[in-house]
Write a protein that binds this ligand. Structure first.
Ligand code: E4P
Length: 220
């Protein structure tokens, strides 16, 4: 499973990118406006930092506008990916952009049927939002499991990008469910690496090492 960061914040991206485990970025209009500045410059900067795909979302609601925006976004960088919403207009735009060789991440997916439609429209990625389903007392992980299974049965090539991740347990569960990619906020990425036993173990190893070095140097 590939690991994406769900942010448009340059400092967060630079920090996690240094770990050598970052495979891509997802942004959305809410995340972009939080950072301020010019959308295009921000996306271009992110694309220059990260090797993998960087999703940039269209804001038109009609097919024609989405296609126009998508064609423009696709020229910003080699690794940029256009994000279209899972609406009839978004599916039509996805289908047109896909026929032109432009990769699309279809976002705001909340059901298996929507995921099938995204795949049939030619989406490269489909993004089911599990956290937002959990928020309304539905089972987000179950949705990921079902989409993965349906795509397997019907040999649909669209990658399942588990989105709207809220905590580290979500990551383990979507990995077990067979998601191709998980995109998570900075806070969750940081939580993945920390374990109190790792910290305590390292502290003990270093304390022993330093004690032994002091003992050796006092003998010399
Ligand atoms: C994914 O592409 C979305 O940007 C994101 O995961 C939405 O997450 P949220 O429900 O925490 O806003």
């Amino acid at each position: 499973m590939l690991l994406f960061l769900d942010t448009a914040n340059i400092n967060e991206i630079k920090e996690i990118n240094q770990w050598g485990v970052l495979n891509g970025i997802t942004t959305n209009p809410s995340l972009v406006v939080k950072e301020g500045g010019d959308f295009k410059s921000l996306v271009k900067e992110i694309c220059s930092i990260v090797k993998g795909p960087v999703s940039a979302e269209v804001v038109s609601t009609e097919t024609e506008g989405m296609v126009k925006e998508g064609r423009d976004i696709a020229t910003w960088a080699e690794n940029v990916m256009v994000k279209c919403p899972l609406t009839p207009a978004g599916l039509a735009a996805t289908s047109i952009l896909n026929s032109e060789g432009i990769k699309v991440n279809v976002t705001l997916c909340f059901s298996v049927n929507q995921a099938i439609l995204a795949a049939r429209a030619g989406a490269t990625f489909v993004s089911p939002f599990l956290g937002r389903l959990d928020d309304i007392n539905e089972d987000g992980i179950r949705l990921i499991e079902d989409i993965v299974e349906v795509f397997r049965i019907h040999d649909l090539k669209t990658k399942v990008l588990a989105a709207s991740i809220r905590h580290p347990v979500h990551i383990t569960k979507v990995a077990l469910a067979g998601a191709d990619i998980a995109t998570m906020p900075y806070k969750v990425f940081k939580q993945l690496v920390h374990h109190p036993l790792t910290d305590a173990g390292l502290q003990a190893f270093l304390a022993d090492w330093n004690k032994a070095k002091v003992a050796v140097s006092s003998k010399a």
